[in-house]
Design a protein around this ligand. Structure first.
Ligand SMILES: NC(=O)c1ccc[n+]([C@@H]2O[C@H](COP(=O)([O-])OP(=O)(O)OC[C@H]3O[C@@H](n4cnc5c(N)ncnc54)[C@H](O)[C@@H]3O)[C@@H](O)[C@H]2O)c1
Length: 276
């Protein structure tokens, strides 16, 4: 259902790789809610060609940018402002990449060169995006920026590996830049901490299926889907949330504040009885 919550708003969506991507679903929902969009992803992701399907569906240009390349980001913002004929109202940062996970390196035997790249792509990239927008004065007053994160920034999920540290840094950049951009131009910057979701990045985590089922059982509302996340992003980009900034917003069906559920206790008891 469209309430045209984003009518007249203009946004850049980073990170739509394929139709499973949270960014893909968010782009569809923003379009349905009346927004005009620019889509972007790393040149290597664009070569897959999938994003062109989305571009057609949401009537948006695709502008390639490696998020750790400042020239690419400057070009992206300049081209986007030219396309929109003015400033930008919202940005979705939906980017994650762990080189140590990709190369099968355990947290305790981390390669620090890979780790630098992981932190740059997955966390400092938010600073790079905001800095580019700041230097070009690209964001409109009361603009909204959302980055996606995971609760491994606060609690240990052993196989989330170095991405836990990357997400902690991402959430810190959100607060620090959120302060400065808030004072300068009332721009709000928040992270949404999403339930495990079956996407390309998500499935890279070891034991992901067990993880999804456990989270489902541990959440009073069940896991939030990618579509649910897209809807939440829309509210954060809308004028209804103008005074929310520098927050880490849990969007996880209650998982983050649940100690245990009856469903998990029952499962444990069944396991014990099976051993009897
Ligand atoms: N899937 C989950 O379980 C889950 C849960 C919580 C948070 N998140 C976060 O959601 C975000 C989106 O991930 P997703 O699950 O939709 O997976 P996804 O694989 O569809 O998206 C990740 C995106 O990051 C992009 N990317 C990687 N390196 C880049 C670079 N150098 N420059 C530009 N873009 C680059 C990829 O091309 C891809 O589009 C990530 O930040 C992820 O950590 C995912």
């Amino acid at each position: 259902m469209s309430n045209q919550l984003l009518k007249g708003k203009k946004g850049i969506i980073f990170g739509a790789l394929d139709e499973k991507s949270i960014a893909w679903k968010t782009a569809l929902e923003c379009h349905a809610q009346g927004a005009q969009l620019v889509l972007t992803n790393a040149p290597v992701a664009l070569r897959m060609g999938e994003i062109n399907k989305l571009a057609e569906l949401v009537n948006a240009p695709v502008i390639g940018a490696d998020v750790v390349n400042m020239d690419d980001l400057k070009n992206l913002f300049e081209q986007s402002m030219k396309h929109f004929g003015g400033g930008i109202d919202f940005i979705l940062h939906s980017i994650g990449m762990s080189l140590n996970v990709r190369k099968g390196k355990h947290y305790t035997e981390m390669d620090y060169g890979f780790n630098q790249k992981t932190l740059d792509i997955s966390a400092m990239s938010l600073h790079r995006v905001l800095r580019t927008a700041w230097d070009l004065d690209a964001l409109n007053e009361s603009g909204s920026v959302v980055a996606l994160t995971y609760i491994a920034a606060q609690r240990v999920f052993p196989d989330y590996n170095e991405m836990a540290d990357a997400k902690a840094l991402l959430e810190s950049v959100t607060r620090s830049f959120g302060y400065h951009y808030g004072v300068k131009k009332k721009v709000r910057i928040n992270t949404i901490s999403q339930s495990p979701t079956r996407t390309t990045a998500g499935s890279g985590v070891k034991g992901f299926d067990g993880f999804v089922t456990y989270a489902e059982k541990m959440s009073p509302l069940g896991n939030a889907s990618g579509e649910d996340c897209a809807n939440y992003c829309v509210t954060m980009f809308s004028d209804m949330t103008k005074m929310v900034t520098m927050q880490n917003l849990f969007h996880d069906g209650g998982f983050s504040f649940t100690g245990v559920t009856n469903a998990v206790i029952e499962q444990m008891e069944n396991n014990i009885h099976e051993l009897d």
